[in-house]
Design a binder for this molecule. Structure first.
Ligand SMILES: NC(=O)C1=CN([C@@H]2O[C@H](COP(=O)(O)OP(=O)(O)OC[C@H]3O[C@@H](n4cnc5c(N)ncnc54)[C@H](O)[C@@H]3O)[C@@H](O)[C@H]2O)C=CC1
Ligand SMILES: O=C(O)[C@@H]1CCC=N1
Length: 272
């Protein structure tokens, strides 16, 4: 049990994913998680009823009472938010920002003191303790702050420490990544229905297939190309399907999607 108070500044999808994961894992008490949103009281109430977290109308009060501040607002809302709370942030607190593109320097410039800042890029799989998270630390980040951020985030998935210059790449790859898989899953389910399968059966088959493929990658440690080869009988069904994917340059387009997402992360940082 961490016994640290965490203020979630911004109570959207990413905050909820982490809250759900932390509650499931049981290493942070619901009553030590504070939630703050801009205006939507219904949203706060929903989080209170679902998870038992504590709503705050006055965000500066939540900030003053917390050990860890999780910045979970949209990138363009980060600077205005920090301007509102800067006076209340203390040097013994840890600021963990999830905001895509927003640099440690931007955050430090707003806080104006030697605060421990952790820039993190998780994904929504936090909710099921399976996030692939990357973190970078500010130069002034002390060892306790690093340990605390690591304990918090590693309880909901893996944590890789990276140079901040790679954070936009991570954002495109594993921050946005689940959405790219979901997009493929949607297409596969639609194909199942087109082939006459009942929707529910198509869903079960596709979800178990992607889950099984993920487990194979994890548990065998084999490269994806080798796992693919094991399925591809000469002149069989898989080969026929893969030829269509190659003709459509799906490999190339997936790379382009990730490169564009990474570029967008950089743009969001410049716009913030
Ligand atoms: N959704 C995702 O999969 C991931 C999101 N992120 C990052 O996490 C951050 C949050 O993303 P989402 O949860 O998807 O956004 P969201 O739009 O679902 O939630 C943001 C929330 O912040 C609130 N907010 C805005 N300004 C505020 C303020 N001044 N004070 C208090 N609350 C305020 C809004 O009312 C909204 O509920 C973004 O910066 C995003 O780049 C990072 C990794 C993954
Ligand atoms: O789409 C976005 O901007 C955020 C960042 C990573 C995932 N979602």
């Amino acid at each position: 049990m961490l016994r640290k108070k965490i203020a979630f500044l911004g109570a959207g999808s990413m905050a909820e994913s982490l809250i759900r994961g932390l509650i499931t894992e049981g290493n942070v008490l619901a009553e030590e998680m504070f939630v703050v949103n801009r205006s939507n009281q219904e949203r706060l109430q929903q989080l209170v009823e679902t998870y038992g977290v504590v709503p705050f109308q006055e965000k500066r009060e939540a900030v003053r009472k917390a050990d860890v501040l999780v910045i979970a607002v949209k990138p363009s809302d980060v600077v205005p938010l920090l301007q509102e709370i800067a006076e209340d942030v203390k040097e013994n607190q840890v600021v963990v920002s999830f905001a895509a593109g927003v640099t440690i320097k931007t955050i430090e410039d707003q806080l104006g003191r030697n605060i421990s800042v952790v820039r993190a890029m998780p994904n929504t799989s936090c909710a099921v303790l399976q996030s692939a998270t990357a973190v970078s630390f500010s130069s002034g980040c002390d060892e306790n702050a690093k340990r605390l951020a690591n304990q918090l985030l590693s309880s909901v998935g893996t944590v890789s420490v990276i140079e901040e210059s790679l954070m936009d790449a991570v954002t495109g790859l594993s921050g946005s990544g689940p959405a790219f898989f979901y997009y493929i899953v949607e297409a596969m389910q639609e194909a199942g229905v087109m082939l006459g399968l009942p929707e529910e059966i198509a869903k079960t088959l596709v979800v178990q297939t992607i889950y099984g493929a993920g487990c194979m990658l994890m548990k065998t440690g084999l490269p994806p190309a080798e796992l693919r080869r094991q399925i591809t009988s000469p002149n069989g069904t898989t080969q026929a399907g893969l030829e269509v994917l190659r003709t459509g340059e799906v490999n190339e387009w997936m790379k382009r999607a990730i490169l564009r997402a990474a570029e967008r992360s950089r743009e969001l940082g410049q716009e913030s």
